[in-house]
Write a protein that binds this ligand. Structure first.
Ligand code: TUI
Length: 307
């Protein structure tokens, strides 16, 4: 399937892997790229030298293009922005903020720029700033989210900009892919679908929570702080939501979430960890390789879109 996004990135299938903090390390990114999609290393809060090492390791596992996600709320975003240039990374996605100040340098270096946006206004701003495409991410997604659903955000962004739009949030099978295509997307970005991929390093306890999740099992914490985060409900989210409803201070809330994503992903702490995952977790029933995930989706979608 050829779109402006497959041409831009030099990939076979218009499937981009989400830059999930702690989850999206080089094994996963390389596996997605080797399967014909576009793998992404999530820089998240990692120190800059670790990000560089991750990029180098990824190059050893694949000769296909891959990208890096720059999490803009992080203090080291400036350094990571430089490293992607030095390492000749094909493309960056950005999350949780406005990447305008980096776009000029990235473009000059030939790095393709794909900001994740959660509103039409931000999509238009990114187009004006020179982005190559935008990822329109609905609030069905896991992790840090905006407030609009994919179904409503995607067609509005498609109508508002001329650059290609990648749909994200709530997509994990061929039906979701086909639906995003119908709404005007020229590729999809999927995170939760790759959370339980066989090639990644996520702890078995976290994987089991995703596989066992039902439709209503994710909740949004942090709405009152201005940084809403979607994750699978557990003891941590219950306590967080209780404290939030009581109006406790931000510092009290932060005590619960400090280091909590690492605890979930690396240590498998499914009680006090933050199990970031999207609403589509309920659709995910088994562990598969990235190749199986991507090829199944493309086969299903091709059947639906041809029919
Ligand atoms: O960034 C994400 N998802 C993430 S980042 C992350 S790491 C984290 N860990 C703990 C707490 C919070 C985050 C986990 N998941 N998705 C992309 C995304 N970007 N969603 C929403 C946005 C966004 C929000 C505001 C993009 C731009 C924006 O602009 C605000 C501004 O600066 O005007």
């Amino acid at each position: 399937m050829k779109t402006r996004v497959t041409e831009l990135l030099g990939i076979e299938y218009p499937i981009i892997q989400g830059g999930m903090a702690w989850v999206a390390e080089y094994h996963l990114a390389a596996a997605v790229s080797n399967a014909g999609g576009f793998g992404i290393i999530g820089a998240a809060s990692a120190p800059a030298d670790i990000v560089r090492e991750q990029i180098k390791e990824c190059k050893k596992l694949t000769d296909k293009p891959f990208g890096v996600n720059v999490m803009l709320m992080n203090d080291n975003a400036d350094e990571v922005a430089k490293i992607v240039i030095e390492e000749g990374v094909k493309a960056v996605t950005t999350g949780a903020g406005n990447p305008s100040k980096y776009i000029g340098a990235w473009k000059e270096a030939g790095v393709k720029v794909m900001p994740v946006v959660a509103s039409v206004a931000m999509a238009k701003m990114m187009e004006r700033a020179g982005a190559d495409c935008v990822v329109a991410e609905g609030m069905e997604s896991g992790g840090h989210i905006g407030s609009i659903t994919t179904m409503c955000l995607l067609p509005q962004v498609v109508d508002a900009v001329s650059i290609p739009v990648i749909g994200a949030g709530g997509i994990a099978d061929g039906r979701g892919f086909a639906a995003a295509t119908m709404l005007g997307a020229e590729a999809v970005q999927m995170g939760t679908a790759f959370l339980v991929a066989k090639e990644n390093i996520v702890h078995a306890n976290f994987r089991n929570k995703v596989i066992g999740a039902k439709d209503i099992d994710s909740v949004i914490t942090g709405t009152s702080t201005g940084h809403p985060v979607r994750s699978i409900r557990n003891r941590m989210t219950k306590e967080y939501l209780k404290l939030e409803s009581e109006g406790v201070e931000l510092m009290e809330l932060e005590k619960l979430t400090l280091g909590s994503l690492r605890r979930a992903v690396v240590e498998g702490d499914d009680k006090t960890g933050t199990l970031m995952a999207g609403q589509i977790a309920g659709l995910i029933k088994e562990e598969r390789t990235c190749k199986e995930i991507i090829e199944t989706i493309m086969n299903e979608a091709n059947g639906l879109l041809r029919g």
